[in-house]
Design a protein around this ligand. Structure first.
Ligand code: GDP
Ligand code: MG
Length: 710
């Protein structure tokens, strides 16, 4: 009885198109589905190159539309945002839902990841409830087959009251079958479904009461939404629907029903309703899905017993993270020596084109500006590659999903989801891929909160600053501790800020959500390297574009304008360079800034370097080198430390690290923040908010520190 997946649910009426060539019929088809179910892939399969990308009105959610001609139909295909549900928890869900309600697509195709059917069907139950003309595309059927899943398509289709088509989006399989069924479904038009999810005696009784009432009191709304759907949403306390209800009587009845159900179940009706939907799915699947490989899952289960253990889980996780950082630096440091050597060699070679002692603006630009600036950043590439490699392995093996699971309980305390933890972890490498990784978060408020605090995870670019400062001011046995302390301060601030943001700007509940645990897999070499490379490439692009540009600008700002010859007469080399710097744009800006940063213990020299750090944090080090007349950083790092030690106290050193840790993230991060949040507002809030925070905290630390130390 269990049909193989290759057998698709086909149209019986293949000749339909012949009779209809004369006139094209225009219909709209909306593609709904969970994120990563292959919606966009199917969209591309159907529409090819005939696409148009815009935004949904009023929100920054991308709207993709495309055209598809088939058997006399001109089909407009719309790729809805990926959602797990159709509640009002996130903008994506609202956009998808409103599109279906307001635009009345002729057919909705729910793209279902067939390898993960139970979870994916949750959205389907809600589409069924909305009574839309629905087609279920069981995509990823190749993966489902490999996992040994067998579907009784006919029976499932009967239970869910919607036709089912198996597809393999990335291979283009099932296109014709899907289009046939879509056309057929359009012809059938609206059907009244009989099964639907039953919510059990008590809830059904309340629903019936509410349904009857809204049909009379809220005529417009129940016409628009359908009275059953409206009743369910009201019981679920759906904010978007509730605000549109004007009748106080309806609201009172809903409140009374809610209260009544709460006393019966001891839970919000919303939760019971979600439970019942899962129960419905689970029941349907029990009857019509068979798995021939249960073994694989059980071996994963055994490993999970240890890894997800309440007592052992966290220590195992911390140990793994420790190993990742250890690997990054142990293996990375010698490699870093080589890249550093390479850039020194490059600088020497380029300098060699000019006769010894000759000064030229071009030479200075190439050697100090470009090679010094970009090289100073690329030196850290080996560490970054290793960190990304380790993260890619953990991700591809399935461990990261467990890490999120372990952290979920802790993250919930600060109002975030366990899934926010992975982007934050990536933030230790670089904020840019970290902010991009927040795309896995389906709730926009959680996502914005996570994006806002990610820069507090001390990124790789801050490391050179710590590496310069710590040995200059602190005794050897304290090095590790101070570094640890800085990282911990970042994490602690991130937690506090996240909690504050969730309590104010991004107030709202965390999305109820089933945490998925994919089976463990041995990561493939190719897959791991692709993932590592994607992130590393971003880092290198940053070095090649933004940092290159900033290096040139900073070089010019510290070199020009030159003071007049006469004023320099009689100065020795060091005084000469100091005079030149004071005269330059950077020096002047530093002097202007000095009164503002004095209370933090910083002088104008540090001020100029801090401005450089705005461009990219690592520029701070290069800039201090230039400010202290030590041109190249490589031979200078010991000499530079000696200078710093002579000029500043350890407290100032600590304050520099604190300020660069907390203050405005680099320009590239802001640009990504703008792109991912869709508005300059959030990027600017991040910029000014963090800088203000840095200022206040550094001020307090410096002032209190000065009191106690002297
Ligand atoms: P969306 O988030 O729903 O838009 O998902 P995408 O269309 O971006 O697809 C996510 C990933 O799944 C992509 O890497 C696709 O190439 C892949 N994919 C899509 N359909 C299938 C399928 O049927 N089988 C397999 N194995 N992979 C698929
Ligand atoms: Mg997509």
């Amino acid at each position: 009885m269990y049909s193989s997946l290759r057998l698709t649910f086909c149209s019986e009426n293949k000749n339909y198109g012949k009779n209809n060539r004369i006139m094209e019929k225009k219909i709209t088809v909306a593609l709904a589905g969970n994120p990563n179910s292959g919606k966009t892939t199917i969209f591309n399969m159907l529409t090819g190159a005939r696409q148009h990308v815009g935004n949904y009105p009023g929100v920054t959610v991308e709207k993709k539309e495309g055209l598809c001609k088939y058997k006399g139909y001109e089909i407009t295909v719309v790729d809805l945002p990926g959602t797990y549900s159709l509640s009002a928890y996130s903008i994506e869900e609202l956009v998808a839902r409103n599109f279906i309600i307001d635009e009345h697509p002729d057919v909705v195709v729910d793209i279902i990841d067939a390898s993960n059917i139970e979870r994916n069907l949750y959205l389907a139950t809600q589409l069924i409830e909305m009574n839309v003309p629905l087609v279920l595309a069981f995509n990823m059927s190749d993966i489902a087959e490999r996992r040994g899943l067998r579907f009784d398509i006919e029976q499932l289709s009967m239970l869910l009251e919607a036709p089912i088509v198996s597809t393999v989006g990335n291979k283009g399989k099932g296109k014709v079958e899907l289009l046939d069924v879509v056309v057929e479904t359009d012809q059938e038009g609206k059907i009244e479904r009989t099964h639907k999810v039953s919510y059990g005696e008590e809830i059904e009784a309340e629903l019936a009461r509410i349904e009857e009432l809204v049909a009379g009191k809220e005529r417009l709304l129940s016409e628009k939404y359908g009275s059953r759907w409206l009743a369910v949403k009201l019981l679920e306390q759906d904010s978007d629907v509730t605000v549109n209800v004007h009748s106080q009587e309806v609201l009172d009845v809903v409140a009374a029903s809610s209260k009544h159900l709460k006393t019966i179940f001891g839970e919000e009706p919303e939760i019971i309703i979600a439970d019942r939907r899962y129960g419905f799915i689970s029941g349907a699947c029990e009857e019509s899905v068979k798995s021939s490989v249960e073994l694989r899952h059980t071996s994963s289960d055994v490993v999970d017993k240890v890894i997800l253990n309440r007592v052992l889980g966290l220590p195992i996780f911390l140990l793994l993270m420790y190993l990742v950082f250890k690997l990054t630096f142990w293996v990375g440091d010698p490699l870093m020596g080589w890249t550093e050597g390479f850039f020194n060699w490059a600088a020497d070679t380029v300098a060699g084109f000019w006769p010894v002692g000759a000064e030229s603006a071009l030479k200075s630009l190439l050697v100090d500006g470009i090679i010094g600036g970009v090289g100073g950043v690329l030196v850290f590439l080996p560490n970054i590659l290793l960190l990304f490699l380790a993260i890619a392995i953990l991700e591809d093996s399935g461990y990261m999903a467990r890490a999120a699971f372990i952290m979920d309980r802790i993250m919930h305390k600060i109002g975030l989801h366990g899934k926010s933890f992975i982007p934050m972890l990536i933030g230790f490498g670089c904020s840019i891929p970290a902010i991009m990784a927040t795309r896995v978060l389906e709730n926009r408020r959680s996502r914005l909160t996570t994006i806002m605090v990610i820069p507090l995870m001390s990124c790789g670019a801050r490391l050179p600053i710590y590496a310069l400062i710590i040995p200059a001011f602190f005794a050897r046995q304290w090095h590790g501790f101070i570094l640890w302390l800085i990282y911990m301060i970042g994490i602690a601030l991130a937690i506090i800020c996240a909690k504050l943001l969730r309590a104010t700007l991004f107030k709202g509940e965390t999305t109820p959500f089933v945490m998925e645990l994919p089976p463990y897999r041995i990561p493939t070499v190719k897959g791991t390297f692709i993932h590592m490379w994607e992130r590393a490439w971003l880092y290198m692009k940053k070095a090649g574009t933004i940092i290159l540009a900033i290096s040139i600008v900073l070089w010019a700002a510290t070199s020009y304008p030159k003071p007049g010859e006469e004023s320099l007469a009689g100065l020795d080399k060091e005084q000469l360079q100091e005079a030149e710097l004071t005269h330059s744009v950077a020096g002047r800006v530093g002097k202007v800034l000095e009164p503002a940063i004095r209370p933090l213990g910083f002088d104008w020299r540090i001020g100029t370097a801090l401005i450089g750090a705005l461009g990219a944090k690592e520029v701070f080090v290069a800039q201090m080198g230039i400010v202290y007349s030590l041109g190249e950083i490589d031979e200078g790092s010991e000499a530079l430390r000696a200078k710093l030690q002579a000029e500043y106290s350890p407290l100032v050193g600590f304050c520099i690290m604190l300020f660069t840790l907390i203050s405005a993230p680099c320009i590239a991060t802001l640009a990504i923040c703008r792109r991912e949040t869709g508005s300059w507002g959030w990027a600017l809030l991040q910029f000014f908010g963090l800088t203000l925070l840095a200022y206040v905290i550094t001020l307090i630390v410096f002032q209190l520190g000065s009191l106690f130390i002297g």
